[in-house]
Design a protein around this ligand. Structure first.
Ligand SMILES: [Zn+2]
Ligand SMILES: [Zn+2]
Length: 133
């Protein structure tokens, strides 16, 4: 709890009970959709609205604490910002996992070929996870 409050303060966000709960759920689950977040929040804050959650999420995105992960053919999930990584999605059970594979070379190559200066990348790999094989 203490660490979560510190993390919020570092990002110039007031450590409200709802924000603390959102951040600790992201830390626990890794990736979570707005709907799942909302259902979990309701258990502790029965009067919370979906609009309030969106507002909090957007403030956390703006302050660079969390980011939206866009997964093709699936609803977006949110995660705490950490070192660059790729996402792997299991086609069978639908779980999303992080894999820390260096993307520098891919980005460098892409910049060289395209002439773009790349700011962001979202790389998703799909397949079958070890549990589902
Ligand atoms: Zn699986
Ligand atoms: Zn991730």
């Amino acid at each position: 709890m203490q660490e979560t409050a510190e993390l919020l303060k570092e990002h110039r966000l007031k450590a409200t009970p709802q924000r603390i709960k959102i951040v600790s759920m992201l830390a626990e689950h890794g990736h979570i959709s707005i709907e799942d977040l909302y259902n979990e929040m309701l258990k502790q804050f029965p009067s919370v609205s979906l609009a309030t959650i969106y507002k909090n999420i957007n403030q956390m995105i703006e302050s660079g604490l969390i980011q939206e992960v866009k997964i093709p053919k699936t609803k977006s999930v949110f995660e705490l910002i950490k070192e660059p990584h790729l996402h792997m999605v299991c086609d069978v059970c639908g779980k999303i996992e992080d894999i820390c594979v260096g993307t520098d070379k891919i980005i460098e190559e892409a910049e060289k070929i395209s002439g773009y200066r790349i700011k962001e990348s979202f790389i998703t790999l799909r397949g079958t996870c070890p549990d589902c094989q």
